[in-house]
Every structure is written in structure tokens, then in C-alpha cells.
Ligand binder design. Structure first.
Ligand code: ARG
Length: 594
């Protein structure tokens, strides 16, 4: 399922034009369109290379045509009066080089300056994003941090294009492990009913109870009794369970607050009754899909080699059961169009089996729905081994974030910002850098790969980092702010100049990059690969830098009043607005001063 764009992106419009022209010239070929940006401006702005595979395919059916001639025939079918195309150069080898029309670019930038940034218009979808999803009582770790950052950004992207988004925290808040946790809670915090215990180190609490469970038969028996009582909703035991969840969630909430994350809990416990119904439903509707084996109820989804365990031999449910119940609920009750799981790559097999089962059980249709595992790699330390503290423990997320704040403070100090900024401005910049750098470092790496967590690298202000971008953004905003020109004056200029005089090559390059925002957004909507947006905004900042080095925005000559180049101020303003749009999607707080 791909996203349909209603003509807002240049690439999208080009794709439509070329698809139609190819279908007109060579009907029935069924080949994917090859059309992309060109890295080398000599070859135009975009290039279509479809003529080569078309010639090859024709040859296989006995028709001999040179790619160059194929390209000419395609060109002949292109409409001639397209506002944004200057020319299409067809090369003998079959390359079709597409050049954008300059007036069109100048007009579009003027519009962006007068009307603000518009995002691509796409068909509205109802989308569920399952992200973060830590387990109760075990501390949230860096893997959950990745899921949180990537998932939040995907939600922001969906929200930006107007989707109806459900942000879901599928927390692990149910299961037999709660027996031992509850029994241990009674011993360690006997007055838990009166006040919320301060279980500062939940990880240790979990380990202690696990140790007792493994070594102490009496404790083990009590733990089992607690599970039974919990499942039969005995009031006090439910309160104990709630207490443990609350303590855990309170800690997680601090992490979410730092990172500006909004998410709703719909954890495994939400599916308690739905799992019972699920088994009944399968038995009634698809009895052939399940079978009993050694007392367990299992299911072999199509094309899967490992079975799902739907009911354990002791009658209990599993991670498989809750995920099946969740899939059914999301597709049939919530009626979502897209159901996206942002979970580490290690769980791919599990999730693919769940999806296959869902298709077998006819809960959704791949031609209409998008059910997808958005996987990601591990977080590694600078030694390229699994990310750990020096003593080999799991890194606590709050410690990690505090370290970020400390480093960001140092960074601003090193840059001498204390002298020129107020305390409030400094605090805002510090937090934007600290949390922005952690998020951006994660998002800017290809998510499917492992990534090395390094504060030194993410705080480098010369590379593709949040710090670099935050500085660039603040600098651009300050150009307009200190120009002496008011917003109203600039707005008046733009309204009188629907076609900005962009003549310098650096201006045009920057302008073209600005117009690619829609292309970028559509691409990421499809791939859910946020590094593509990071690359886009980084390149934008770099092109701005080139432009600013080569072109005066405000020209000062000795003894004369400064000359303000209004069209360049407009270009600055649009650039800042586009960066700000990207920051919103990437979850980076913008600060006007750095
Ligand atoms: N709680 C799981 C974990 O920490 C992740 C859950 C992901 N979501 C899902 N629907 N399985 O590994």
C-alpha cells in the first residue's frame, strides 16, 4: 500500500506524467518507473532511465528498438505545456534529463514566503503506531528508547499530513511474573496500600523477587497464588498489581516528559478478556487453524516454520496470544488502515508470524491495509559492543539523559554562549541540544542497522547533528530578526513580487532543495525511514550555508546606507520555516537563540 499524493510534490507529478506517457507509448509493459533526482546538475534536476529496461523488454518480445528511440517516443507523449518543466533532454543512450523551469521555482518560493509551508495532501488514514512499549518492573532500556524516538517521529509525520493517529504504548503489564512481584511487594513494602512505595531501583526489585522465586519454595507457592488471585480480580491483589505498574510508569513518564513524548497505555493487560474471547472465536470460526500438541494449543500460520503458542499447557496465555488479540482488536474494532509496530529487529520473526496468522484468519487485507514491522538495530557502545555502563549494567535512561544535559551545558559554555544569552534562553538551548542530539543521532542513522551511541559524535557542531542544525536554524532566524525589516514589510514585498528574482546559482540550488520538502515527506511516508528526512534537512542547511557565503542578504558599502536584498530575506525566512517543519516531525525543539 503506497501513499497517494494529490499533486503536491514535483517528483510525484513527474512520476505521474512519465507513467502516463510510457503507458501511452508502450502499453501493457508493466515495468516499474525509474525516475529520480540527479546528483549532477549537468544532467538536469531529475532523470528518467526507464527507456533502457523498456528497450530490453521489447527486445525479449522480438521488437528491436534502441533505448534512445524508446526515450524519444516517451518524450513525444509527454504534454508540452507543463508549468514546472523547462525542457527534457533525451540522450542517445536513452537517458531523459529533466530540467525544472526557473520561473516556476521563483513563483513557488514566493508563495511559500507569503502563504507559509504547505505539506503534501494525501488521502487521510486511520493509523495506529505501537511504540516504546517497555515492560513493567523491568526498566526501560536503550532499545525502548530507540522505539520511543522513532515511533514518536513517525506519529509526528503522520499527524503533520493530517492522519488520524493512535499512539499506543503496548506495555508488558501482564503475565505470570506479576505473581512474584506482588508477593515480594507485600514483604518489602507492607504499607503499599497507604502510600506509593518508592521503589527507586525497579530493576533490583525485580531481581530480588526473581531470586526468591527461584530459591524459596514457600515464596514460589505464594507467587503462584498471587497469579491466580490476580486473574480472578481479587481486589487487594489488583491494587498491588496497580501499585507496581504505577511506580514503573511514573519513572517512564519522566523520560517521556523530557523527550516531549505523548503516548497512551493500551498494554497487554488490556487484552485479558479479549484473549479468552480470541480462543473462543478461533475455535468457532477457524477451527482448522489450531491444533493441540502436548497439551498446548498451537497454530502454524502460512509460510511460517515456527508455531505460535496460543494457550500453554497450564492454560495460561503467552506473548503470542496477547499480540494476536491486539491485532484482531486493532483491525476489527479500532478499524485502522495502518497498524505499525516500532519494535527491535530481533522480534521480526514473532511479528511476521502474528501478521501471517492475522491474514490467515482474514482480519485484514494486504491490498487495503498496511500492517508493518518497523524494525531497528541495536544500540552499541563506542567499543561496538552492546551498550552498557562501565560496570556492565544496563544503562538507566534517566542517567543517560542527565549526562546529555551535562554535556550540552558544557558545549554551550565552550562556545561562550553564557555571555550573550539570558538564563532562560540558555536553559532552553541546553535542553534542545541535550534531548535533540540524542533523538537526532538515532533518527539520522539508517534504522535497520545497529548504531553506536556517542555523545562526542552527537554533539559535534560540524557534522550531521542536531547541534549543527540548531545553530544553523538560530543563525537564519537572526538574519531576519536583525535586518531591521519588519514581517509586514517583508510580506508586502513578497505580495508585490509573485516571482522572486532568484538569479544566483546558489539561490536557485537552495530554492530547489526547499521545494523538495514534499518529495521528502512522501518518500518517508512510504519508507518510514527517518534518516531520509535528516539527510534532507542537513543538506538544506548546507546549501543555505553556501548561499549565505556567496550572496549578500544585507550589503554594506562604506559610506552608503546598507542595501537589503528582500528576495534573499524571503529565502532565509522560507528556509527557517522548512527547517522548523522538519524539526517538528523529528521531535526537535527549535530555539530562536543558540
Ligand atoms: N514489551 C515488548 C518488549 O519490551 C515490546 C512490545 C512490542 N509490541 C508488540 N505489540 N509486541 O520487548
Amino acid at each position: 500500500v503506497t501513499v497517494e499524493d494529490f499533486g503536491s510534490s514535483i517528483l510525484g507529478r513527474l512520476q505521474k506524467l512519465f507513467k502516463t506517457a510510457i503507458a501511452d507509448a508502450f502499453p501493457g509493459l508493466d515495468l516499474p518507473l525509474l525516475l529520480a533526482e540527479t546528483p549532477n546538475p549537468q544532467f538536469g534536476d531529475y532523470q528518467c532511465t526507464s527507456a533502457m529496461p523498456i528497450a530490453a523488454k521489447l527486445k525479449s518480445t522480438g521488437v528491436n528498438k534502441k533505448p534512445g528511440d524508446v526515450a524519444k517516443e516517451i518524450e513525444a507523449k509527454l504534454p508540452t505545456n507543463v508549468d514546472f518543466i523547462e525542457k527534457v533532454n533525451v540522450l542517445p543512450a536513452g537517458f531523459m534529463n529533466i530540467f525544472l523551469n526557473k520561473d516556476y521555482i521563483c513563483k513557488q518560493i514566493s508563495q511559500l514566503a507569503s502563504k507559509g509551508i504547505t505539506l503534501p495532501k494525501v488521502a487521510k488514514k486511520r493509523v495506529l503506531v505501537d511504540f516504546s512499549s517497555p515492560n513493567i518492573a523491568k526498566e526501560m532500556h536503550v532499545g525502548h528508547l530507540r522505539s520511543t524516538i522513532i515511533g514518536d517521529s513517525i506519529c509526528r509525520l503522520f499527524e503533520a499530513v493530517g492522519f488520524d493517529v493512535l499512539r499506543v504504548n503496548h506495555i508488558g503489564d501482564w503475565g505470570t511474573q506479576f505473581g512474584m512481584l506482588i508477593a515480594h511487594l507485600y514483604d518489602r513494602f507492607p504499607d503499599f496500600l497507604k502510600k506509593l512505595p518508592d521503589i527507586a531501583d525497579l530493576q533490583a526489585f525485580y531481581k530480588e523477587s526473581k531470586k526468591r522465586f527461584d530459591e524459596d519454595e514457600v515464596f514460589k507457592k505464594r507467587a503462584y497464588e498471587c497469579v491466580v488471585k490476580l486473574q480472578s480480580h481479587e481486589e487487594e491483589i489488583v491494587k498491588a498489581w496497580n501499585t507496581i505498574c504505577d511506580v514503573s510508569k511514573k519513572y517512564n513518564q519522566i523520560v517521556y516528559d523530557h523527550l516531549d513524548i505523548k503516548i497512551k497505555d493500551v498494554g497487554e493487560s488490556f487484552y485479558q478478556d479479549k484473549m479468552v474471547e480470541l480462543i473462543k472465536w478461533i475455535k468457532e470460526n477457524k477451527p482448522d487453524m489450531i491444533r493441540e500438541e502436548e497439551g498446548r494449543l498451537i497454530m502454524f500460520p502460512s509460510e511460517c516454520t515456527v508455531p505460535l503458542t496460543v494457550v500453554k499447557s497450564d492454560g495460561g496465555f503467552t506473548y503470542d496470544t496477547s499480540d494476536l488479540a491486539a491485532l484482531k482488536y486493532r483491525m476489527l474494532e479500532e478499524k485502522v488502515d495502518w497498524n505499525i509496530y516500532v519494535v527491535d529487529a530481533g522480534q521480526n520473526l514473532h511479528l511476521e508470524s502474528i501478521y501471517a496468522a492475522g491474514r490467515d484468519l482474514e482480519w485484514y487485507d494486504i491490498n487495503i491495509h498496511r500492517v508493518e514491522h518497523v524494525g531497528f538495530g541495536l544500540v552499541l557502545g563506542e567499543d561496538r559492543k552492546k551498550f552498557k555502563t562501565r560496570s556492565g549494567e544496563t544503562v538507566r535512561l534517566l542517567d543517560l539523559l542527565s549526562e546529555g544535559v551535562k554535556r550540552a551545558t558544557e558545549k554551550l559554555k565552550e562556545k561562550g554562549r553564557e555571555a550573550v544569552m539570558t538564563e532562560e534562553e540558555l536553559a532552553a538551548a541546553r535542553d534542545a541540544v541535550a534531548f535533540g542530539c540524542v533523538k537526532y543521532a538515532d533518527l539520522s542513522h539508517t534504522r535497520t542497522q545497529d548504531y553506536v551511541f556517542s555523545f562526542d559524535r552527537m554533539l559535534d557542531d560540524r557534522g550531521n547533528t542536531a547541534v549543527y542544525l540548531l545553530y544553523a536554524y538560530a543563525r537564519i532566524r537572526s538574519i531576519v530578526r536583525t535586518s531591521g525589516i519588519t514581517d509586514a514589510q517583508l510580506a508586502e514585498y513578497v505580495s508585490k513580487n509573485p516571482i522572486l528574482p532568484l538569479n544566483h546559482p546558489a539561490e536557485l540550488k537552495l530554492a530547489k532543495q526547499l521545494l523538495k520538502l514534499s518529495d521528502c515527506i512522501l518518500q518517508v511516508l512510504d519508507s518510514l525511514m527517518l534518516h531520509q528526512m535528516c539527510d534532507y534537512v542537513y543538506q538544506l542547511a548546507t546549501l543555505f550555508h553556501d548561499f549565505y557565503n556567496e550572496c549578500y542578504v544585507i550589503e554594506k558599502k562604506d559610506g552608503e546606507p546598507p542595501v537589503v536584498h528582500f528576495h534573499r530575506l524571503a529565502l532565509c525566512e522560507v528556509t527557517a520555516n522548512v527547517i522548523s517543519t522538519c524539526f517538528k516531525i523529528l521531535g526537535i525543539r527549535e530555539v530562536p537563540k543558540m
